[in-house]
Design a protein around this ligand. Structure first.
Ligand code: NAD
Length: 448
């Protein structure tokens, strides 16, 4: 269903367990064939897949605007991200080195062996990029992939798989299996031939997936929720920090695991900062996401809107709000809550919607304490003109991905992942390949 106008976009058959088993068996059969493809040829196929995606950017972007309500500018970026991730990991097969380690009496070498079949489970908030962060490095490392898109947003992943097949990646090597999490996703966890699960989604389901994987000591990567802090020190460029704070939390209607949804402001500049923030929030363009200048579209579903609205009940401390269309569609206006105590649910729980909570702090130590007072640890920003402080705070905040004087989004060539209950393992960058291969050590005796 389109979250923009509540009309049906497409109807998809959901796979049942026997169909999933068949697909996993097919992937397992394809593995020897894929692992035997020469590194240069595997690289060439991934490059061709990247080119096929590049040729379909507009088609994929429009599909995401319709199916997920993403703004057209974001959706184009996301489709381009899939292309770039494929192109980046196309460089991997020829460079996925082992090591030679000095030992007495022989030669010792390590190999990076593929795992076999990898199951990738994708959420609905960034259907295209998150799919590619799993399947591209997995394929590059020589694995076969079965990928389950979210129930609400399967269309782009299905189309991307077709493009990969048209580019020459064998169908059994990369399969997209739409279906329910409890059926298809869970089968990845329980099926012995799936050697690794790469899961992105909520912390609640991630915990279950991890516990399930423990049964078979199955490898697992988890990219889970977040409640990231945007820490604004009095010595920063307040104008720039205020101008950029809205997009750091309202982008994708706040349905972003990296959303800087806690605004920690040094108390001495709190009032001035809020004055600067208000026009940036009220002018945030929430409109039909197909419009080229839209900055925010609707929430993904009626259920999500209800969950978000629960954090802004009547009498909530709303400092100011932006505007959103009325009528059909799951719209919710950008909302700033202030004052909020650090123990309030809105300050502690991942809202996953366009709601920002403001929390003042006294000094650097207080800022670090509040930023770390959460079970999450995914992302965050630090605004300061003091480079020493920037490093001190960046090292002290327990989170996997931080930016200073920016709200840098995820870069495909740098590692991404969470600390604490935001996840386990790292995706993207050079580190991702470690998660999709095993190190094998081989000793060869040379002594006569
Ligand atoms: P979700 O956990 O409900 O679902 C995620 C995926 O898991 C879906 O494909 C779903 O069908 C599947 N699933 C559900 N139950 C399952 C089960 N029992 N076994 C196996 N698979 C199952 O999450 P969501 O609502 O789709 O996405 C939102 C959440 O994802 C947020 O918490 C957000 O922070 C998180 N997220 C994290 C990152 C990250 O990189 N850290 C990125 C995006 C989203």
């Amino acid at each position: 269903m389109s979250p923009v106008d509540e009309t049906v976009v497409a109807e998809i058959d959901l796979l049942d367990e026997p169909a999933v088993d068949e697909a996993i068996a097919r992937a397992a059969r394809s593995h020897a064939e894929w692992a035997a493809v020469a590194p240069g040829d595997r690289a060439r196929l991934l490059r061709r897949a990247a080119e096929a995606v590049d040729g379909a950017i507009e088609e994929l972007a429009m599909l995401e605007v319709r199916n997920a309500g993403h703004t057209i500018s974001n959706a184009r970026f996301e489709a381009g991200n899939v292309r770039d991730v494929l192109m980046y990991y196309a460089g991997a097969p020829e460079r996925h080195f082992g090591r030679q380690i000095p030992v007495p009496g022989g030669v010792d070498v390590t190999f990076r062996e593929p795992l076999g079949v990898v199951g990738v489970i994708v959420p609905w908030n960034f259907p295209m990029p998150i799919a590619s962060w799993g399947f591209a490095p997995a394929l590059a490392a020589g694995n076969c992939v079965v990928l389950k898109p979210a129930e609400l947003t399967p269309l782009t992943a299905m189309r991307i798989a077709e493009l990969c097949h048209e580019a020459g990646i064998p169908e059994g090597v990369f399969q997209v299996l739409p279906g329910k999490g409890s059926v298809v996703g869970w089968r990845f966890v329980t099926h012995e031939q799936v050697r690794k699960v790469c899961f992105t989604g909520s912390t609640e389901v991630g915990r279950k997936v991890m516990a399930g994987c423990a049964e078979q000591v199955k490898r697992v990567t988890l990219e889970l929720g977040g409640k990231s802090a945007n820490i604004v020190f009095a010595d920063c460029d307040l104008e720039q920090a205020a101008a950029t704070a809205p997009s750091a939390v309202f982008d994708n209607a706040g349905q972003d695991c990296c959303a800087r949804s806690r605004l920690l402001v040094e108390r001495s500049v709190h009032d001035r900062f809020l004055e600067l923030l208000e026009p940036a929030v009220t002018s945030f363009r929430v409109k039909d996401p197909a419009e080229p200048d839209a900055e925010m579209g609707p929430l993904i579903s009626a259920a999500r809107r209800e969950a978000v609205a629960a954090y802004v009940p009547d009498g909530a401390p709303v400092a100011f709000r932006g505007k959103a269309p009325t009528g059909p569609g799951f719209w919710f206006p950008p909302t700033v809550l202030d004052p909020v105590t650090p123990d309030a649910p809105a300050a502690r729980e991942e809202i996953f919607g366009p709601v920002l909570t403001v929390i003042p702090f006294e000094d650097e130590a207080d800022a670090i304490r509040i930023a770390n007072d959460t079970s999450y640890g995914l992302s965050g920003s630090i605004w300061t003109s003091d480079v020493g402080r920037a490093f001190r705070v960046a090292r002290a905040v327990e989170t996997g991905t931080l930016s200073v004087n920016s709200h840098s989004s995820v870069r495909y060539w740098t590692p991404f992942g969470g600390m604490k209950q935001s996840g386990l393992g790292r995706e993207l960058g050079p580190d991702a390949l470690d998660g999709f291969s095993e190190v094998k050590n081989v000793f060869i005796r040379t002594l006569e």
